[in-house]
Design a protein around this ligand. Structure first.
Ligand SMILES: Cc1ncc(COP(=O)(O)O)c(C=O)c1O
Length: 460
């Protein structure tokens, strides 16, 4: 048997056994690794619990001590086709034994151009989309900001409260989901104006949808464009179709359309940051399709490569007109990553987008049933398999249950379910799109127990 196939078989996991926790966590090997990591790794990382992942298959992760976890994280919405999907592994191995790197900025090779063609074909809209390849979400955002300035000749950007677009100086200027991400780094890129997002559960203006007539959109025209900046100075609106790190916030159905038509009125570009919401996760290839909006520029990363490193920018042909040398990099469009993306897209088109829509609807409905029994759950929201529950101490006042959200996440981990918080008091679920109904049920049973445990402690 070929070495590659042998390694693949040796690392197989029996998914049907998960979750399976054999010892109090972290186990001995995990504890040793956490200590080693603490000694040599930057303290800026934000580990929520001591998971030391060893291998993964489908929707299951095995840690270094042999414990099996149901994975509702997918490595933060990245491993969309499941851990080590055999076809993605095959595509990676094949390309890795052919050509690993050749600097796509300066030279040509097949995987890069073929992937650009495929991305252009699947992108919404009439006009041809051109592609630039970065390596990460933040790099895609940086490139999109440069492109918007280059094309419009304007300097400023509008971004949103609780947004997350990355941590380099341009994207960080847009990011405002946590002050720890920004503290000590001033000044970032100048010219960013932040406005409230369409977050109806916590409307910044204390209004109610739909009677509000989307005041959060008209506020930009009435206040920002009247008193803070002339719209002619604004290059682009940068927005997540569904906010990710900020709390899995789903805006109302007509929100993005209203923003887009306002942007068009003033010649402002509309940049959809689909880094977390894109590539099938929400039950459509791009989350903006739920809103019937065609963005001028789309940024991608995370789930597009099933865990391989890539961060493309897609832009209308009439916008991506920058001259040779105006933007580039060394590793963007790496051939191995490109082949992983092409295989990922094939799998999405062959059924995983549909599966995300169907299983996501089931997941959401089961969470709504849990909400009936658990006072802590203030709101259940999401599309496809991008789902969040917002925890509150009191459903009337909506006081944020921050501590409780973290406790639930910890207990889930101890019982073999991997979840992550986002925003101050939200627990997010972004499992691999291959997750089965049985696996969803197993995970939700653990979540149910964890919520009961935390509520029991509070005397509810
Ligand atoms: C919507 C969005 N944009 C950009 C980023 C930044 O991506 P990266 O961490 O790959 O730089 C993230 C990361 O979470 C994200 O969720």
């Amino acid at each position: 048997m070929a070495y590659r196939e042998k390694r693949y078989e040796e690392n197989a996991i029996d998914e049907s056994l998960a979750p399976l926790i054999k010892m109090p966590l972290p186990g001995p090997k995990a504890r040793a690794l956490v200590e080693l990591d603490g000694r040599y790794m930057s303290p800026s990382y934000t580990r929520v619990y001591p998971l030391v992942a060893k291998r993964g298959r489908g929707a299951v992760i095995e840690d270094v001590d042999g414990n099996l976890f149901m994975d509702f994280n997918a490595g933060i919405a990245c491993c969309s086709t499941g851990h080590c999907h055999p076809r993605v592994v095959e595509a990676i191995c094949k390309q890795a034994s052919t050509l690993i790197h050749y600097a796509g900025t300066d030279f040509y090779y097949e995987p890069q151009a073929h992937l650009a063609k495929k991305l252009s074909e699947i992108a919404p809209g009439e006009e041809l989309m051109k592609v630039f390849f970065g390596n990460t979400g933040t790099e895609a955002i940086e490139g999109s900001l440069k492109l918007a300035r280059y094309h419009t000749g304007r300097k400023k950007f509008i971004a949103f409260h609780r947004a997350f677009h990355g941590r380099t100086m341009g994207s960080l200027a847009l990011t405002c989901s946590k002050t720890t991400q920004r503290k000590h780094f001033f000044p970032m890129m100048p010219g960013v104006i932040h406005v409230p997002y369409g977050y109806c559960y916590r409307c910044a203006y204390k209004l109610t949808y739909p009677e509000c007539n989307l005041y959060c959109v008209s506020y930009i025209e009435e206040i920002i464009f009247q008193g803070i900046t002339d719209p002619e100075e604004v290059a682009a609106i940068v927005i997540e179709p569904i906010q990710g790190e900020g709390g899995y916030v789903v805006p109302p159905d007509d929100y993005h359309r209203a923003l887009k038509s306002m942007a068009e009125k003033y010649g402002i570009l509309f940049i959809a940051d689909e880094v977390q919401s894109g590539m099938g996760r929400t039950g459509k290839m791009f989350a903006m399709e739920h809103y019937g909006v065609v963005a001028d520029i789309i940024t991608l990363a995370k789930g597009i490569g099933s865990g391989m490193v890539i961060g493309p920018i897609l832009a209308r042909e009439s916008i991506m007109t920058w001259k040779p040398g105006s933007h580039g990099n060394t590793f963007g469009g790496n051939p191995v990553a490109c082949m992983a993306v092409l295989e990922t897209i094939a799998l999405l088109e062959e059924g995983l987008i549909e599966q995300a829509a169907v299983e996501g609807a089931y997941f959401l409905s089961q969470l709504k049933r849990l909400q009936e029994r658990h006072e802590l759950i203030g709101e259940v929201r999401g599309k496809g398999l991008m789902i969040g529950i917002e925890l509150v101490r009191d459903r009337e006042t909506r006081e944020m249950a921050k501590k409780e959200a973290n406790e639930v996440v910890q207990i889930c981990f101890e019982k073999g379910l991997l979840t992550l918080p986002c925003g101050p008091n939200v627990i997010r679920f972004s499992p691999p799109l291959v997750i089965s109904r049985k696996q969803i049920d197993r995970g939700l049973a653990i979540l149910d127990e964890a919520l009961a445990q935390v509520e029991g402690k509070r005397g509810k």
